[in-house]
Design a protein around this ligand. Structure first.
Ligand code: C5P
Length: 399
């Protein structure tokens, strides 16, 4: 059955590029309902979209409709996917706060289909912390967000904020409309977050990992049909629906859990930031504060198990193992060494010193390096898209 996509065009200069998107979707027999804000109509006429979509374009909450249903409810009920492109800072703010004071923001609230948001705006506006906070908020509500492209903007400034290529938006829409089920019947275990090593009953050593990368891998794998075990160290994130979530505190505990489940797994991905040291002798009682600021306290550290290496040694034939290499120098060289020493099929290398890569960020810049030698460098992508690329590489290996 043909699918219906709603496209909310808001008032940015990139609005004219959506004409090409509508035309591409129509060629695939997708029914497109275009909605426009008043500002969007200043950049491109509703007539253009009407001609391309072969449908009435809705520009007003109070527009007369020949159906008996209230316009926004009627539209929302028909959608398989809602796309907001270009999404202005204003529309993003309204969506993040549940404001429904125009057609598109009202349809957003009445809609139950997946939503794709494609921000495009001046780079200073895009980088504004308020806008960034609103975008993070939307991603927490499970909205898919596309990263804007970098470059010269219509306003003359240079930086992030350009609408991504129409083809990239089209591909993303097609993926969201036809979710792959290429991991059906496979069991995947991924670890995430930071491990913690006790110093005494109240203190511990951990690291900056938030768990984002591992959690989105779990989410992507489950959406593609896998049975997923998420072994998580400390993280404040909510485990994605449908995954088996097991908490682990220290590296040793995490290693034991993973060794136990390893034989039943087809795919193992190590996205956790496993601590490399633990306290040699954990104090039984809380260590007392020092009498003077200048006093010193010695804590002896010993190593922790390398979980992936341990699992790599027990790897069963056909099992796929993937690791991460977060580096600050000699990225590719160091990643290749880890690939070998941990007996991995491929490694996801990222230079954590780059802006938009690494721990707490929502984006990452990675290179996937395969055992057999080939490697592929990706541009800056959301961690969700990185997860999709990792799973694509796993599926390639399975086939
Ligand atoms: O050796 P390094 O810590 O840089 O390797 C990173 C990769 O190895 C990550 O995939 C991480 O999850 C995994 N790792 C592990 N056990 C450790 C340290 C890292 O499984 N003790």
């Amino acid at each position: 059955m043909s699918k219906t996509v709603g496209i909310g065009v808001t008032g940015g200069i990139a609005a004219y590029k959506i004409a090409e998107l509508v035309s591409k979707l129509k060629k695939d027999d997708i029914d497109v309902i275009v909605m426009m804000t008043q500002s969007a109509t200043k950049f491109i006429t509703p007539l253009t979209f009407k001609t391309l979509s072969d449908r009435e374009v809705i520009t007003d909450l109070w527009q007369e409709s020949h159906e008996w249903k209230v316009q926004h409810i009627g539209v929302a009920e028909q959608l398989d996917l809602l796309v907001i492109a270009p999404a202005t800072a204003n529309m993003i703010a309204k969506m993040a706060h549940g404001i429904a004071d125009d057609l598109i923001s009202t349809v957003v609230l009445a809609n139950t289909a997946p939503v794709l948001v494609v921000p495009a705006m001046n780079s200073n506006m895009y980088k504004n912390p308020v806008v960034q906070d609103n975008i993070v908020k939307l991603s927490r509500y499970a909205y898919e967000i596309m990263e804007p492209a970098d470059g010269v903007l219509a306003c003359g400034s240079i930086g992030p904020g350009r609408l991504p290529e129409v083809d990239a938006i089209y591909q993303k829409i097609m993926r969201m409309l036809n979710p792959k089920q290429d991991l059906r019947g496979k069991r995947l275990m991924v670890n995430a977050g930071t491990t913690c090593e006790d110093i005494d009953p109240v203190r511990f050593i951990a690291n900056r990992s938030t768990g984002k990368m591992g959690y989105v891998i779990a989410e992507e794998a489950v959406s593609r049909g896998a049975d997923v075990i998420l072994v998580s160290g400390r993280s404040s994130l909510t485990p994605p629906a449908g995954v088996e979530h097991i908490s682990a505190w220290g590296a040793e505990e995490m290693c034991e859990i993973m060794l136990k489940y390893q034989p039943a797994c087809d795919i193992i991905i190590g996205a956790a930031a496993v601590g490399d040291f633990k306290i040699a002798q954990v104090a039984e009682q809380k260590i007392k504060k020092m009498a003077n600021k200048s006093d010193t306290l010695m804590i002896e550290l010993v190593g922790t198990p390398d979980i992936l290496r341990t699992l790599g040694e027990a790897k069963k034939p056909g099992q796929i193992m993937v690791g991460f290499a977060a580096e600050t120098q000699d990225l590719i060289e160091n990643a290749k060494k880890k690939l070998e020493s941990k007996n991995l099929d491929f490694i996801v290398a990222n230079d954590v010193t780059q802006e938009g890569a690494g721990f707490a960020a929502d984006t990452n810049i990675v290179t996937i390096i395969h055992r057999k030698g080939e490697s592929r460098a990706f541009p800056k992508m959301t961690k969700k898209d990185v997860a999709a690329s990792i799973i694509d590489s796993v599926v390639d290996l399975l086939n």
